[in-house]
Design a protein around this ligand. Structure first.
Ligand code: PRX
Length: 650
């Protein structure tokens, strides 16, 4: 792992430490080490205690964990219903009038949805789905903006035992079609459009195009949100509000087996084909309920929680829908862009709802930094008591800026490391118990085992290594949809008996973990995972492109930026912008390369392997070391020259 070691050496050791204040500790759920101590004795019993205390079971489990490496099953024999846990049990406990979701639409429209109302809507929509022929075990695709109906749709699926597959609204019709086809989904739930930066972005036309390329969708349900004109195909397409108007109000939550598939969520791996990550019921719910409660030190009676993720990503699944609702929290859900109508929209929302816990991504924080301290300074942010970060390594400057300008210097920051595959948070401080260091995710949570390994798979005590997870945890992925071999190969083949996360990390003298980013061909752009191969495949699918190599280069705002090197088919010419838009059409706007360099040839070793590391060095303007293995060194000299001259697109 030479590259990673370089990063490690280049990193300054951050010396500042932040101890939880006495004021914070006074009301905090965990202030000592007792959870760690308990979990260290026996992690299975620890998780069993969490499962019985935090989750309501309709039938108790027989076995806590069945572990046949690399497949785990949790709370085997137990039965429960996720939507019952997120809704009914709170209503039955007399909290029906409590607000579950304060919805804030981008244009400024609002909606406060209580637990009783949410339960009502979920039951009706579950009946709608049944009426459309959805049965237990079926898959339902969801392609929606950030609106309450997204949560309703997910919970309605969970209520009847259908697995949802949510596709981020920014993905293209092609990406949606691929995911529908892989999941063989029966029903698609979408909207006419949603709001983004003052405009309506249409979703229905994309959904229509996707459905054209699929054979399994029998019905499309359309939520009216953007009020943009759409075509409705008779017999196939139905308006959400029309179906809901006549739906039966009662849909009892049926018990599901603990290992019933709850959802699929597609994520990028190191090949061009996204992986359908499988999450099941009992273990996942236990993991997200536990982490949402303890990492965010949740007091459901007092806190107003806000996670800025989109439901299309795992963070939206675990920390907007399932974790917070299972804990009976009150949260804010915001539909739109952070800079509409002004650069202070986020801070205005915090002030308006008196948000106490705010969870966002480093890219967003760095963007807020660019917009200036005067934006948060316009608002009273004194309601905040805890801040969170997720999605990519947070650099110490961004951490300090967040701490001082958003947290007013007195909110602990929880830097939470986890993945789509882990289901829930794995490495994070516990805010009342952990002394934090800016830029470090600190320690594995109680119940989680992590270890750094070197190239040979030996334990690393200090310094850099590969991050691995040493034993099963309840929220872990159960596999890749329809591809158990890829599951073994992708996560379990690098180090015998351990899950390899794809990240590099280092351990400092005090045993703190510092995440260093991906060490594989996965890029992290604004906290979104995109594989280099996926973008390369999109590029070469354009008729003018003969060959493409894509690398993630460091970027001050987005963490990494997508840089593409393209060789055109002889005699053809194409504009850079055309190719960027082509990639957006194939995958989605998030995958657009920032810069495309055209080159008559890609730098290759004599055996024909593209030298990506070298291309990354070129993109990041580094001096190139030894290029003697190259088949043709002049290719690189030319690229270097162009990289130093080229303006980059936004
Ligand atoms: O590289 C790590 C980075 O995001 C990857 C997981 O991406 P995804 O499955 O899309 O989930 C993102 C939200 C959980 C990881 O392999 N990552 C996530 N959180 C952090 C992080 N890197 C450093 N620090 C974090 N807190």
């Amino acid at each position: 792992m030479t590259e990673n070691h370089e990063t490690i050496d280049a990193l300054q050791w951050e010396k500042r430490t932040f101890v939880p204040s006495e004021a914070f500790k006074k009301n905090s759920l965990v202030v000592g080490t007792h959870l760690y101590d308990e979990a260290n004795v026996d992690y299975e019993s620890f998780w069993a205690r969490q499962a019985s205390e935090l989750v309501a079971w309709q039938k108790p489990w027989d076995t806590v964990c069945e572990w046949e490496l690399p497949f785990s099953k949790w709370f085997v024999g137990g039965q429960l219903n996720v939507s019952y846990n997120c809704l009914d049990r709170h209503v039955l406990a007399g909290k029906g009038d409590k607000v579950a979701i304060h919805f804030e639409g981008e244009p400024g429209d609002t909606r406060a949805v209580t637990y009783a109302q949410l339960l009502d809507e979920v039951q009706k929509f579950a009946n709608v789905l049944k009426g459309l022929g959805v049965q237990k075990g079926d898959r339902v695709n969801i392609y929606l903006p950030m609106i309450v109906e997204a949560a309703v749709a997910m919970l309605a699926c969970a209520r009847i035992g259908a697995a949802h597959s949510v596709v981020f609204g920014g993905f293209s019709s092609q990406a949606l079609a691929d995911r529908i086809n892989d999941a063989e989904a029966k029903v698609l739930i979408t909207a006419d459009g949603g709001y983004r930066r003052g405009e309506v972005f249409p979703l229905k036309p994309q959904a229509d195009e996707a459905v054209e390329n699929t054979s399994t969708i029998t019905s499309v349900v359309v939520v009216q949100r953007g009020n943009n004109p759409v075509e409705m195909k008779a017999g196939r397409d139905h308006w959400y509000h029309e179906l809901m108007a006549t739906a039966d109000a009662d849909c009892p939550a049926e018990p599901m087996d603990s290992e019933q598939l709850l959802f699929l969520l597609y994520t990028s791996g190191t090949t061009g084909k996204p992986k359908g990550i499988m999450h099941t019921t009992g273990g996942y719910l236990t993991h997200v309920t536990y982490t949402h409660k303890y990492v965010f030190d949740l007091n459901p009676e007092k806190d107003i929680y806000w996670c800025t993720a989109d439901v299309g990503w795992i963070t939206g699944h675990s920390y907007i829908v399932y974790g917070p609702l299972s804990n009976g929290a009150t949260q804010v859900m915001y539909e739109g862009a952070p800079n509409f109508p002004g650069n202070d929209r986020m801070w205005q929302i915090i002030e308006k709802y008196k948000v106490t816990i705010f969870y966002t991504a480093p890219t967003a924080i760095r963007t807020f930094m660019k917009w200036g301290v005067e934006e948060p300074a316009k608002h009273d942010l004194s309601s905040l008591r805890l801040l969170g970060s997720v999605g990519e390594p947070i650099n110490p400057e961004a951490w300090m800026w967040y701490h001082e300008n958003i947290g007013g210097g007195n909110c602990p920051i929880v830097d939470t490391w986890w993945q789509t595959e882990t289901g829930g948070i794995m490495i994070s401080p516990l805010p009342g118990a952990t002394t934090t260091k800016p830029g470090s995710a600190t320690f594995p949570l109680p119940g989680i085992g992590a270890e750094l390994l070197d190239d040979e798979g030996k334990h690393v005590e200090h310094g850099g290594g590969y991050l691995t997870l040493t034993h099963p945890w309840p929220g872990m992925l159960r596999g890749i949809w329809k591809d158990p071999e890829r599951f073994k190969e992708a996560y379990w083949s690098r180090f015998e008996g351990s899950y390899f996360a794809g990240d590099g990390a280092k351990l400092d003298d005090d045993g703190y973990l510092w995440l260093l980013g991906r060490v594989d061909d996965v890029m992290n752009v604004s906290g979104h995972r995109i594989s280099t191969t996926e973008v390369e495949s999109a590029l070469v699918s354009h008729p003018s492109v003969a060959e493409a190599a894509v690398v993630g280069a460091n970027d001050a705002t987005t963490g990494q930026a997508i840089i593409a090197y393209v060789t055109l088919v002889g005699g053809m010419e194409v504009d850079e912008q055309v190719l960027r838009n082509h990639v957006a059409g194939e995958i989605g706007a998030i995958a657009k390369p920032k810069t495309i360099y055209f080159t008559p040839e890609l730098p290759k070793t004599r055996s024909g392997k593209i030298m990506r590391r070298l291309l990354r060095d070129v993109a990041e303007g580094r001096n190139l070391g030894d290029t003697t293995t190259l088949a043709d060194a002049s290719v690189v000299n030319e690229l270097q020259k162009r990289a130093s001259e080229a303006p980059s697109e936004d």
